[in-house]
Design a binder for this molecule. Structure first.
Ligand code: GCU
Length: 597
């Protein structure tokens, strides 16, 4: 099929998805917000904590005024507590530590919008449900705690004082993503940056600028304008390469990009980024973009046509020292530096899209990124709303990170069960959609339902047929005792020709624990964890199609289901580092292995 038709079909799919999502639930967020004309609404927000949910009945967003002497209100944003935004609410007030419920946030700001300008209210993320009001009027809602969303407020903004109220609800949802059960703290709140973004009437809404699939020198992409005057001349400039590619946007505001050049390709040793400038007749935007080619060849992963072993580590979006959701550039630099120190060239951002700083900093630091959707363990795939929610979250994740050369893998699910109704059908469908909107990256599903008998793994799952790499979580030595020598472990794989990635392995240890014999699991000793790592590496050395690994997990992290008062105290202790950053014995085993790899 001629390339032009592929491009037309691809753009058509993208356009339909784009229009559908924008109409149904608020607009897909514009990308690269930090390069836009924005006013930050970060800071202290007034809040009303609403454990009973009565705020809805009281219509707190109306902020009714006293009119007659008999009037009184049993709520007010004034005189009450404030919470920092961005930030989860659980770590900010002791009484909210375990809180799962509704908190109303209010922020006032002064604004005067010039004629011919447009205005957008942009959220980096709100966990989990957000109902957003401007000046007492509902402007929209969003579901999902880990992806950006926005609302156009051009016709709703007042010149002068404006009031935003957000009803944040982090109650678990049966048909939610994730569902009821998950092994991390359910941090609620307005957890990422909030910005007011001003644009010209017609502006550069979105763009995709990356190497064509399998190419080392050809850019294939597009620019999407939004506004009245959408048929314009567009120029893509790469000053360092003296490139100024000219194109035109069509009646839908879409312009196609295709040109070749010799790029210094991005890789972990040389995380080369180029200054890119996109100019239209009514707007311009600057970005830093790197170019690399990631693909699978047989059971190998190739980066820029050379085989690469993924030296990964799992991490949650949590600042371990402060015991709160990570949200800032500094948090990202801290977490990613620890991964670099361990010897990693890749990070698995578990189990949901982390904030944009994580991806941007990883790109600068030469760390490849695994992005994942919170389709985690028990998902109700037979609920009629779930497929659309999955697709929307996929769009939002790919939308935000598609120009990031660090992102090499889209992981669409973790430990879902093949026997749950509709799981295969819905996840296969989602995989096809993901491949339709971005076929330049690897796609996978993480499975832990493999059989393990007679020291032999039998890895069978339908989803592997649709995945580029076989991703397996296995906890031999912790949840599952070894059934023989680690170096004798055998593997029966449903797709023996595909690369195998061990996406989770490990065990727990409390830093400095010497509560009992080191060869017994019950005392959380570092030696016991260290031994698990030694044996796992023995096994890895026998696997010929192993393309990479990522230990569970870099830092001990908060998870309320981990209740042993001495060894856990609300922490999953599988970290190679304690929450204070103390190196456990297993850390040195991993570091040594990565040095040799
Ligand atoms: C699972 C899961 C993780 C969890 C880990 C554990 O495999 O994917 O989210 O934290 O096991 O049990 O520690």
């Amino acid at each position: 099929m001629h390339l032009k038709n592929i491009l037309n079909e691809w753009i058509l799919i993208f356009l339909i998805t784009f229009l559908l999502t924008n109409v149904l639930c608020g607009q897909t967020a514009m990308i690269n917000t930090s390069s836009r004309d924005l006013v930050s609404l970060n800071g202290e927000w007034n809040v009303i904590i609403d454990p009973t949910g009565i705020g809805e009945w009281r219509q707190v967003w109306l902020e009714k005024q006293l009119e007659k002497k008999t009037d009184f209100f049993e709520y007010s944003f004034e005189g009450g507590p404030t919470l920092k935004v961005p930030g989860d609410f659980n770590s900010q007030m002791c009484e909210l530590t375990y809180f799962e419920g509704i908190v109303w946030y209010k922020k006032q700001f002064n604004y005067s919008l010039q004629k011919g300008k447009r205005l957008f209210l942009h959220f980096g993320a709100v966990n989990y449900l957000a109902d957003v009001y401007l000046n007492g009027e509902k402007i929209g809602s969003h579901e999902g705690g880990f992806t950006p969303f926005q609302f156009e407020i051009t016709d709703k903004i007042k010149n002068g004082i404006n009031s935003i109220i957000v009803k944040v609800n982090n109650n678990r949802q049966e048909n939610g993503l994730p569902g009821y059960g998950y092994d991390w703290l359910n941090y609620g709140g307005i957890t990422r940056d909030v910005n007011i973004i001003e644009t010209n009437n017609t502006f550069i809404q979105d763009y995709s600028i990356q190497l064509k699939k399998g190419s080392l020198d050809t850019i294939l992409g597009w620019v999407q304008l939004s506004g009245a005057k959408i048929e314009q001349n567009i120029t893509i400039k790469i000053p360092e390469l003296d490139i100024a590619f000219e194109t035109k946007s069509d009646e839908n505001g879409l312009s196609k990009i295709e040109f070749s050049s010799s790029f210094e390709l991005w890789n972990p040793e040389n995380p080369r980024l180029y200054h890119i400038r996109i100019e239209s007749e009514t707007d311009s935007i600057d970005d830093k973009i790197g170019f690399r080619c990631i693909e699978v060849l047989g059971n190998k992963i190739l980066l820029n046509k050379k085989q690469i072993f993924l030296k990964g580590v799992n991490m949650h979006e949590e600042n371990p020292n402060l015991g709160r959701r990570a949200f800032s550039q500094e948090d990202a630099q801290f977490l990613l530096s620890a991964a670099k120190e361990l010897g990693c060239n890749m990070v698995r951002l578990a189990h949901y899209p982390h904030n944009g700083y994580m991806v941007r900093e990883a790109e600068k630091m030469g760390l490849m990124v695994w992005d994942e959707l919170p389709i985690y363990q028990h998902i109700d795939f037979s609920d009629s709303l779930v497929p659309a929610k999955m697709e929307r979250m996929l769009d939002e994740m790919v939308q935000r990170d598609k120009n990031s050369c660090a992102v090499i893998i889209w992981s669409l699910s973790n430990e879902t069960y093949s026997n749950s109704p509709n799981r295969d059908k819905e996840l296969i469908e989602l995989t096809k959609k993901c491949r339709a909107i971005d076929s330049t990256r690897l796609i996978t599903h993480v499975i832990n339902t493999q059989e393990y008998k007679d020291n032999t793994f039998d890895v069978q799952d339908t989803l592997y047929k649709y995945s580029d790499i076989i991703s397996i979580n296995e906890y031999l030595g912790w949840y599952v005792p070894w059934q023989g020598n680690a170096s004798d472990t055998k593997w029966k794989l449903v797709c023996p020709d595909k690369p195998v990635f061990i996406s989770e392995f490990g065990g727990e240890a409390l830093f400095g624990s010497n509560y009992g014999p080191i060869d017994e699991a019950a005392y959380w000793t570092e030696e016991y964890q260290e031994n698990i790592y030694k044996k796992q590496i023995e096994m890895f050395n026998t696997m010929e199609n192993l393309c990479g690994i990522s230990p569970w997990i870099l830092f001990d992290y908060r998870s309320l289901g981990r209740m042993h008062p001495v060894y856990q105290n609300g922490y999953n202790r599988k970290g190679l580092l304690s929450e204070k950053g103390e190196k456990k014995k297993a850390w040195y085993i991993m570091n040594e292995y990565y040095k040799r790899k």
